[in-house]
Design a protein around this ligand. Structure first.
Ligand code: ADP
Length: 948
């Protein structure tokens, strides 16, 4: 039997008169409840009685206690009508009993009203009985007979039959059973919950015991209830929850030795030998202090008799592992911290909204964003929202009279027709003499000097809030897993590791070094060594800053190329729309114009080009495109050399005198690049630099880790799955088979699988068989059997659209429905074009800006020599600018680098038939989906019960 709600100390039942009181007490006693003394009041009177059903005498997981009193003012509950489904009743007490027949008999004997909601599985193997009864006060009681076997998932004697390789490896017994505690400390950050979830579940799967310390270091100092053992189910649903459910606090006592001594005692008394701390630099400094003092603390505890000599001997060493949870992205040694990207989502949502009102009233807005000494949030928000000016601590304005510079930029933008001005200022922004630059001051300058109607918006704590973005869920999950691995690898001699991220891979480096480097940034700023401050940030930071400056601020001719190097460059969109296509086009146009090029937009892909749909793009034409989804130019799947005539393409390129072509799109764009490059021998006008900027939700373009649109899509899928799960949780035990795009690539399914906590995924890389479906049905049944009787739980299966012709989304759902009959229902959700998202995510906008600028640089670089030659020799510029194979390339991201990969260098690593790269960096995440959904964690009983 089970309580309806964990942590509830008792149910309070109010009888309105003595007759009801007596009847109700008799009713519960007949069910096995016994009278006990109260908790704080120990009298059993004729008006008050405590009744308890003992766990050990029934099948309860914990005791159920009822306090029954007479309260004449209490409102008598209405009896629910018998013709409605009592299962829909919003409250009730759930008692799980093994001998349901006896209960049924008792109810009948007592003349109690009840509804029988029992059901049987299709193969008669499992019968679920649920009786909904009313006590004499009309309170709903649910009697359920969950098949009697213990919880499947919080066992340590895990069997891994039928589990994938990684799960098998994970469930091998570790040499030493670790007891790990995890805590979150300092400022909360979205993604802390997914990190704790990953630590708990991966730790359990490795055979460790995992504890959560509530309220950060304060919980460690307080001990007791604040250090709680976690099981598999304690972290269910945490992926989607922002902040930190285990709480965080700033803890002064932990800064003192006495506090840390108490914390050490509490760890030892709980038998904990490892601590994973998720927090900012302050929390991680504290963690390192704790570890360095540990031997001394243990000794003192032993000397003062607070722990035994044996305990002192067993707990000689404390393993500490750091995870960086901080919205500021201010930690050195890691490219990105948990929470920063979600915070950026919140900022961009706000600035986008402010943008529309600013536009309506032709206003200026000064937006202050968080970040302490770090300008990452401000800069990235500036890029992602197309702000007019950004102030950050690491790169103060170069001019002492920055007020005039800012005003001239804002004014130039206005003169070009912009109706809004947005200035983003980091809370730690300073000028060159370290004087803070404050939002109010900027507002006064804009109002006084330019006469702009200016408002200040301080975003404040909205930036910390909300459900974590897909990026943070994935980041926190893979880092949480790595933190447990680091615990298991650690020896007394290894320095405390910090889990970081570099080049798109999880890294482990010395924690203290990272903290020192982080403090160096503040030091460099205070010493006005701004070059050093920029250098200490992640490598992309200064490149992003340059891309922002070069594309956002209308240049005062300082960037312009000599006239003979100025070109006619065209941008075209190919394939399906993807978030970031417009942002990339905007950056290319603005940067190109700043360089003196003529920028051309080609409408509706290659068919549009053939029709001569080419227009010169102005600076204002692309205003606001950063935040627009879809494709403003219009996109088309048709590819030259296939459904579009190559000769016509060559003709139009020549006709429009196009000297460089930037193709933004997915695999079709790659095919276009290949075909154009191949046809260069036939058509001189194709002998121009051509670059392909990957943009597709499927992320299946060779030569890049990420294509534009893939992050937007992951967020769209994650949001949709969150809604689906919420619906299931509120109504029925339901498995949703969610069909996602991706072509022949499982990228979206795998990454969304991690971000949504999907129970399983079907991807083309693995295919789908009957055996696999059977085993998945069993897995799902085991999970539902293990659920609390009174909870409706939703579960997600993600199916890539092309995984199988036979096992369609509908077929899978029907199979699940039939096979899971008594335990769960199934529905489908085909997300379709929803996956393209509405507004592009900040990550896609930022990637777009960075890559687009590099595309223009690439086009310039490959034409420069010919242009210079013609100029020197006084000859006309030839149509044929370059035939160099390197001059037709994919401009992509490899880790934190931007790379140019020529067509011949990419062909050997491309699976042309399946339209994707042969290797996929994300495939290593695949086992985590199964592992973190508990697949393979079957107990013997479950296997026996469910096996054919
Ligand atoms: P963040 O981790 O976000 O940087 P803080 O700097 O406020 O946040 O640190 C969080 C907590 O970490 C502090 O309240 C304190 O308990 C602990 N802490 C920070 N610095 C130290 C230190 N030098 N020694 C011991 N504990 C510390």
């Amino acid at each position: 039997m089970r309580k309806i709600s964990q942590g509830l100390s008792h149910f309070l039942l109010n009888a309105t008169n003595t007759e009801q009181f007596v009847k109700t007490a008799q009713f519960y006693k007949a069910l096995g409840f016994q009278e006990i003394l109260g908790q704080n009041d120990n009298a059993i009177t004729s008006e008050k009685v405590w009744l308890k059903l003992h766990a050990e005498e029934s099948s309860l997981t914990s005791d159920v206690t009822i306090k029954l009193v007479i309260d004449t003012s209490a409102v008598q509950r209405e009896q629910p009508p018998q013709d409605v489904d009592w299962a829909l009743h919003t409250s009730g007490m759930v008692l799980t009993v093994t001998d349901i027949d006896t209960i049924k008999g008792q109810l009948k004997e007592q003349g109690v009203l009840f509804q029988d909601q029992s059901s049987t599985s299709a193969n008669d193997r499992i019968q679920l009985i649920e009786l909904y009864a009313l006590d004499p006060l009309n309170n709903m009681i649910v009697f359920a007979n969950k098949p009697a076997f213990p919880s499947l998932l919080d066992k340590h004697d895990i069997l891994s039959q039928g589990a994938p390789t990684a799960v098998k490896a994970a469930s091998q017994p570790s040499p030493k059973r670790k007891k790990i505690a995890v805590l979150t400390s300092g400022g909360d950050a979205p993604g802390m919950n997914p990190a704790v979830r990953a630590v708990v579940r991966y730790g359990i799967s490795k055979g460790c015991e995992v504890f959560a310390v509530y309220e950060g270091y304060q919980g460690l100092v307080d001990g007791g209830e604040r250090i709680r053992k976690m099981d598999w189910k304690s972290v269910r649903g945490w992926l989607a929850v922002g902040g930190t459910t285990i709480g965080t606090a700033r803890c002064m006592p932990f800064k003192k030795r006495e506090g840390r001594l108490q914390a050490a005692q509490n760890l030892v008394s709980n038998g904990i030998d490892s601590l994973i701390v998720c927090g900012g630099d302050g929390s991680l400094t504290g963690a390192d202090v704790f570890r360095s003092e540990w031997p001394g603390l243990i000794n003192e505890l032993k000397e003062s008799g607070r722990i035994t000599a044996e305990q002192a001997n067993t707990y000689q060493h404390l393993t500490i592992v750091g995870l960086v949870g901080s919205i500021d992205n201010d930690m050195s040694s890691t490219d990105i911290t948990i929470g920063a990207v979600t915070s950026l989502h919140r900022i961009c949502e706000s600035v986008d909204s402010i943008g529309t009102t600013a536009l309506s009233h032709s206003r200026a807005f000064v937006v202050e964003v968080m970040g302490r000494h770090c300008g990452w949030l401000a800069l990235m928000a500036g890029i992602a929202t197309g702000a007019d000016f950004v102030f950050i601590p690491e790169r103060p304005p170069t001019s002492d009279d920055w007020e005039s510079v800012m005003c001239s930029v804002a004014q130039r933008h206005r003169q070009l027709g912009k109706r809004k001005t947005v200035i983003i200022v980091a809370e730690g922004a300073i000028d060159r003499s370290l004087k803070p630059i404050k939002a109010e001051y900027i507002k006064d300058i804009l109002s006084d000097r330019l006469g702009l109607d200016t408002r200040v918006t301080t975003l404040g704590h909205t930036q910390r809030g909300g459900s974590p973005a897909a990026f943070d869920r994935i980041l926190a999950t893979i880092q949480g897993v790595e933190a447990v691995e680091a615990v298991l690898r650690s020896t007394p001699d290894t320095p405390s590791p910090l889990i970081g991220m570099s080049n798109n891979h999880v890294t482990t480096g010395p924690l203290m070094k990272a903290v020192e480097l982080t403090h160096d940034v503040a030091k460099a700023i205070s010493e006005k060594d701004f070059a050093r401050a920029m250098e200490l940030r992640d490598p992309q930071f200064s490149e992003e800053f340059d891309a922002y400056s070069a594309s956002t601020i209308l240049d005062d001719h300082s960037m312009i190329l000599p006239e003979h190097q100025q070109m006619r460059l065209a941008v075209i969109h190919v394939g399906a729309p993807a978030g970031g296509m417009n942002a990339a086009t905007r950056t290319a146009v603005r940067y190109g114009l700043n360089r003196g090029h003529t920028m051309l937009g080609i409408y509706n892909g290659f068919p549009g080009l053939v029709r001569g749909s080419v227009e010169e793009m102005s600076w204002i034409k692309v205003d606001g495109w950063t935040s627009r989804g879809g494709s403003e130019l219009g996109t088309n799947r048709a590819v030259p050399g296939e459904s579009v005539d190559m000769g016509m393409v060559a003709y139009q390129l020549q006709q429009n005198n196009i000297q460089g072509l930037m193709i933004i799109g997915g695999f079709e764009a790659f095919t276009a690049l290949r075909n154009l490059e191949e046809a260069r021998d036939k058509y001189p006008s194709l002998c121009i630099p051509i670059c392909h900027l990957p943009a597709t939700v499927s992320n299946n373009v060779p030569g890049t880790d990420y294509s534009l649109g893939s992050d937007t899509s992951l967020n769209a899928i994650t949001d949709a799955c969150d809604s689906i799960l919420q619906s299931a949780r509120s109504s029925r035990r339901r498995v949703f088979v969610v069909e996602v795009q991706g072509g022949r690539s499982g990228y979206l399914a795998v990454e969304a699988g991690i971000a949504t906590g999907a129970n399983t995924i079907y991807i083309p890389e693995e295919g789908l068989s009957l055996a696999r479906l059977q085993s998945d049905v069993r897995h799902l049944m085991a999970l539902y059997l293990d659920d609390d009787a009174d909870r409706s739980e939703g579960r997600i299966v993600l199916r890539n659209e092309t995984v199988s012709k036979t096992y369609t989304t509908d077929v899978i759902s029907s199979i699940l429905k039939d096979e899971g009959h008594a335990l769960f229902d199934s529905r489908t959700a085909v997300l379709g074009h929803l996956q393209q998202g509405n507004t592009p995510s900040p990550m896609d906008r930022i990637r777009a800006t960075r890559l687009a600028m590099r595309c223009v640089c690439f086009l310039e670089k490959h034409a420069l020599a010919v242009l210079d030659n013609a100029y020197r020799n006084g000859t006309p510029i030839p149509v044929e600018l370059t035939k160099d194979v390197e001059s037709a390339a994919v401009i992509g991201l490899s880790g934190n680098q931007v790379t140019h990969r020529s067509v011949p260098s990419l062909l050997p690593v491309t699976d042309l038939k399946n339209r994707k790269p042969k290797d996929a960096w994300w495939y290593e995440h695949r086992p985590l989906v199964d592992l973190l959904s508990g697949r393979g964690l079957f107990t013997k009983q479950a296997q026996e019960l469910l096996s054919e």
